[in-house]
Design a protein around this ligand. Sequence first.
Ligand code: DC
Length: 223
Amino acid sequence: MASSPFIIVAIDGGAASGKSSTARLLADRFNLLHVDTGSFYRHLTSELLRRGVPHADLPALKSALSGLHLATRLEGRSARMLVDGQPAGDEIRDQRVNEHVSHYAAIPEVRETLLGYQRGQVEVAKQHGFRGLVMEGRDIGSVIFPQADFRFFLHADPVERAKRRAAEGRQDSIAERDRLDSSRKTSPLTCPAGAIDIDSTHRSLDEVFALMAGRVAPALASA
Ligand code: DC
């Protein structure tokens, strides 16, 4: 009997482009592990701020990063990163973290710290019997999993994205984060060649989900 395929779905895009909502729906529909890598960068940022380690102080940053222990806890279908045994708190969505996260994320040593951990989520997904994983971020289809079975790139008009954040009752530095994330040297936010580019400005969440699910479903149909 053929064994079930294990699939990797990569979703990249700018801030508030709809990645998390669609990734969660895909995870639920196809029994995939949902991995929100933005929450990992946010968690590290929050921890480094708490310790008073500025992003510009490379020796202090390297020393702090080398002592961190990263592990994973599952919450439903979502992978939560534990830093020294601690899950992220609500503060990772606050304005303070919004303002700092892109500065830390631009530093190669910070990205290096998360690289192996992110790829290791494949094993976590397999160990827990998922049929694959859906990972969202900025460099998933370009750097983390360039060979992913499906690579989607979501974009939306900045005005529409600002409205979405406001509807969630959250403040965010969308334009500034996108500017920093797109212009950094290491793993910038970009639509990788061959990725499926989806403009979600005038599409509902259900429509974007349907577009993605229509691509993914046949790959799992035989299982
Ligand atoms: O997905 P998000 O908006 O929560 O991500 C927060 C920040 O983390 C984002 O502005 C840049 C950084 N990030 C990154 O550099 N690479 C990723 N794969 C995911 C997020």
